[in-house]
Structures are given as structure tokens and as C-alpha cells.
Design a protein around this ligand. Sequence first.
Ligand code: NI
Length: 227
Amino acid sequence: MLLHLPQVLSRDTVAQCRQLLEAADWVDGRVTAGKQATQLKNNLQLPESGEAARILRTTVLDHLGTSALFFAAALPKKIYPPLFNCYTGETNSFGNHVDNAVRTHAASQTHVRTDLSFTLFLSDPDEYDGGELVIEDTFGSPRVKLPAGDMVLYPSSSVHRVEPVTCGARICCFSWLQSMVRETERRRLLYEMDMSLMQLRQEQIDSPGVVSLTSCYHNLLRMWAEV
Ligand code: NI
């Protein structure tokens, strides 16, 4: 399932993030790449240890923590501390690859099984040419390029790439997460149920049918969640 989450960050928050990112020193993006990806990855990345990265990570995680849509879709258990990348000039693409199944965060020695990957756009589409995130799916290969502040959530098991940026700069935040519900189909079912419940609750507040369906949702989650 590929999900577009609009306005995870407001325009003001994006502007604050961009100020920090534009003043920061970037390094070769291969610092966090696996063996296969090293051949394909050609971008810039913000060093994880800097003060700017710390503030930016906290900002993104705080906003994700308040998003009902993100929670419904991801059912997050562990989120790898978000990273920031830039595609521009000679360092402008990332060929077809699959994300590593397990990411180990060096500083905390935490392991995260990558069930879902996300990209949070911090540049607007009119700031650069190319740079589409292409996600190979059984239903086709969507080409994702979203407004600044919007996020795409997609299965980490998918083959994906970032097309060359031929003009301007594409700045994004990205990371991976381990879901409480490992199986994609179960997670999708829970997401659809949760979204329907949200809609029903808006229409008819806590009718017996809604209460009963809410109970089914929570009992399925209780059966499937690893916390
Ligand atoms: Ni990737």
C-alpha cells in the first residue's frame, strides 16, 4: 500500500526546517547505504550527529506523533531516527534498490525491522526537475513528487529509485519503521477499518453498530499487534 499523507508539516515548519538545512554541511549519502546500494546511491546526506539533525529529527517525530492518519496506516512500533538528504548537481540520483530489512541505529544499538519506508518532501515540486520517487508495485510504478510538507509511506519490500534531479535541489526527510503489525495485508485491513470508523463516528456518534465495529477493530489489533 502506498499512502500519501498531506501536510504532515505546515508551511511554517517546512520553512524553519529549510533554514536549518540550508545552513548545514552535507556529506556523501553512501554513509548509510548497504553494499548493493553503495553502487547506486549518489546523493548528499545530513550527518546524524549534528545539532541541526537533532532538531530536525525531533520536529519530524513530534509531528508524526500527532498524525492520526500516520498512526492508522503505520501502527508504528519503532521509527528509525529520520535522516535528511539532498539531490542536486552531480549528486543527483539513487538507482533501483530495496531497503535493508533491518536497520541498526549505531548510537543507540537499536534494531528496526523495516516494514515501511517514508519520504517527507521538504522541497516543492517547482524547485527542481526530475527527482521523482518511483516505487515498483504489482499494480504499476507510481512516480511520486509531492508538495513540501507532504509524505509518502510505502512498503520497504518494494524496489524503488529516485530519478536524476536535472535542475535545482530536492531536499527530503526519509526513514523506516517497524510496525506493530508485521503483515501488510493485516495492516491494510486495520487501516481501512480505522478510516471507515473515523468516517462513521463523524456521521453518527457512537451508535451501537459503531461501538461494536470499534470493538472488532481493537480486538483484531489485540490479536495481531506485537508491542
Ligand atoms: Ni530506499
